[in-house]
Design a protein around this ligand. Structure first.
Ligand SMILES: [Zn+2]
Length: 193
C-alpha cells in the first residue's frame, strides 16, 4: 500500500508538471517539494523523478533524486512492463538478481556475470545499477548512505505503516538492509524524529 498521489492544484506546464513561483521565478513544484524533503538543493544535473509517473504529483514520498539517465532507464523499464514485452531479463528470478548484485559487489565483471546467466553485459549493468528490480534489493552500484534528514523520513514512513521497508528502500534508492537497520535502531539510532 502506498500513500496516494498529491496532485498540484496550481498552474502546470505543458508537460503537466506543477509550477510555483518563488523569487519571481517559476519553478517545477516536484523539484521544490523534493528539495524540502531532502533539506538541500538537488545536486548539479539531478532531476526530481516520480515513482508514480504522475508529473503533477508533489507527494514527497513519490519523489526521488536521480539523473537524466536514471529517468530514461526508469521510463524504459516501465514502458516495457506496460507493453508486457520480454526485455531479455524477465527470465531471471529474484534470487538470481540478488546473486548478480552479490557477484558484482565482489568484483566480478559485468561480462563474466552476463556469460554465467546468459544475458548481455549491458543487461547486467541495468541490474547492478539498481534501475530495475529495486524490489529485490541487494547491493547495487547506487548504494549510498542516507542523510540524517532522509533517515528521519524513513523512520516516519515506517512508523505510520503505509509503506513496507522494501517500498521505502525503493523510494530512497537504497538497499532494503539500510532501511531495515534504521527501523530496528541499528543505524542512525541517535536521530530523533
Ligand atoms: Zn504520486
Amino acid at each position: 500500500m502506498r500513500f496516494d498521489c498529491v496532485m498540484w492544484d496550481g498552474a502546470v506546464d505543458k508537460d503537466g508538471y506543477g509550477l510555483l513561483s518563488t523569487d519571481g521565478k517559476a519553478h517545477r513544484a516536484n523539484r521544490f517539494f523534493l528539495e524540502k524533503k531532502l533539506g538541500r538543493p538537488l545536486g548539479a544535473g539531478m532531476w526530481a523523478l516520480h515513482t508514480c509517473d504522475e508529473p503533477g504529483c508533489v507527494n514527497p514520498e513519490h519523489l526521488w533524486e536521480g539523473t537524466r539517465d536514471d529517468n530514461r532507464e526508469d521510463m524504459l523499464e516501465k514502458g516495457r512492463e506496460a507493453r508486457g514485452e520480454s526485455h531479455g531479463l524477465a527470465k531471471l528470478t529474484d534470487s538470481q538478481i540478488a546473486e548478480i548484485r552479490h557477484l558484482y559487489a565482489s568484483g566480478v565483471t559485468q561480462d563474466v556475470i552476463g556469460a554465467k546467466f546468459n544475458v548481455t553485459g549491458n543487461n547486467v549493468g541495468f541490474v547492478v545499477r539498481g534501475a530495475t528490480w529495486r524490489h529485490v534489493g541487494g547491493l547495487t552500484k547506487k548504494q549510498r548512505r542516507l542523510t540524517d534528514d532522509e533517515a528521519v523520513w524513513v523512520k516516519k514512513l515506517y512508523k505510520v505503516g503505509l509503506m513496507t521497508q522494501v517500498e521505502i528502500a525503493a523510494a530512497f534508492s537504497v538497499s532494503n538492509v539500510a532501511v531495515s537497520r534504521i527501523v530496528r535502531g541499528l543505524a542512525k539510532a541517535h536521530i530523533d524524529y
